[in-house]
Design a binder for this molecule. Structure first.
Ligand code: NAP
Ligand code: GCO
Length: 265
């Protein structure tokens, strides 16, 4: 193939990747030839992740690291560079959400979401960029959201963070593009992971959750996304195939952002 989607010889760090979207992206990167590194917030989560990667036949290095802690990120990066090598590809995947009406949300709760979903991608990107510059380039992929573009009830902190993450993506692209660093975002639609499980719970009468029905009606593809839907876009943005794509958020949403929604019957 004339287009280069290979990640052979590259070291990829996917944050918060014990399971969910991060795990799927790491799996796709492994299949494309990259060496995989992941972290999670506690040893139990890292151990769970190590078991999952082993079961999937994926060699990995796993580290305990709270991505909101700059000192922890710096020391983890030193370990990664010693154990594996300079980070060529960073995926800022770790994230949390708190679904609380804004007037009922404490400032501390708001700050916690901003800390993980926006401050941490700044911290980890700032840590890896110097090594990427020395190596002649790199790829940073920020996991954004529909909430990088849209709001909805109860997710004020998350939307503020993911909107900011879209602009951090554009700014890293602007500031470091000359060093052959491409920084792009992936904006997943509604994906079946533990984070969205509460929105898909079956009701007592066995019917679908109202939000589940809402999303089906708002999605042209008429389904929730799966983590597999994100693998190809992630490999594309991590590979040479996207060397002239910079500051872009690639929405992988089944068409939600393009669609006004299905008229209720
Ligand atoms: P998830 O199932 O909640 O997984 C998030 C991961 O991040 C978990 O492994 C979590 O560890 C880890 N994490 C949280 N805080 C951390 C911290 N301070 N330091 C290190 N790791 C931390 O989420 P997901 O659905 O896979 O989503 C992954 C990313 O995609 C998130 O950024 C999310 O906002 C974004 N996203 C998700 C969807 C969706 O529909 N699922 C759509 C758009 C965007 P613990 O398990 O220990 O908390
Ligand atoms: C929510 C969902 C969404 C998804 C995702 C959509 O409560 O609205 O959790 O925010 O996680 O971010 O792209």
């Amino acid at each position: 193939m004339s287009v280069d989607f290979s990640l052979k010889g590259k070291t990829a760090w996917v944050t918060g990747a014990s399971y969910g979207i991060g795990f799927a992206i790491a799996q796709a990167f492994h299949e494309a030839g990259a060496a995989i590194v992941f972290n999670d917030i506690g040893q139990p989560q890292v151990d769970k992740g190590l078991e999952a990667y082993k079961a999937a036949g994926i060699p990995v290095h796993g580290y305990v690291c709270d991505v909101t802690n700059e000192d922890a990120v710096k020391s983890t990066l030193e370990k990664i560079e010693k154990d594996v090598g300079v980070v060529d590809i960073l995926v800022n995947n770790a994230g949390i959400i708190k679904r609380i009406p804004m007037t009922e949300m404490s400032a501390a709760e708001f700050r916690q979401v901003i800390d993980v979903d926006l401050n941490a991608p700044f911290i980890v990107s700032k840590a890896v960029i110097p090594g990427m510059i020395k190596k002649g380039g790199g790829k940073i992929i920020n996991i954004c959201s529909m909430m990088s573009e849209l709001g909805r009830e109860t997710v004020s902190a998350y939307a503020a963070a993911k909107g900011g993450l879209k602009m951090l993506t554009r700014n890293i692209a602007s500031e470091y593009g000359e060093f052959n660093i491409q920084c792009n975002g992936i904006g997943p639609g509604y994906i079946e992971t533990p984070q969205t499980a509460p929105l898909r719970e079956r009701q007592a009468d066995g019917s679908r959750h109202p939000f589940d029905q809402f999303i089906i009606a708002k999605t042209p593809a008429a389904r929730w996304g799966t983590t597999d839907d994100l693998k190809g876009p992630a490999v594309f943005l991590a590979s040479r195939a996207s060397d002239f794509v910079n500051g872009h958020v690639l929405y992988v949403d089944g068409g939600i952002l393009a669609y006004i929604g299905k008229q209720p019957k």
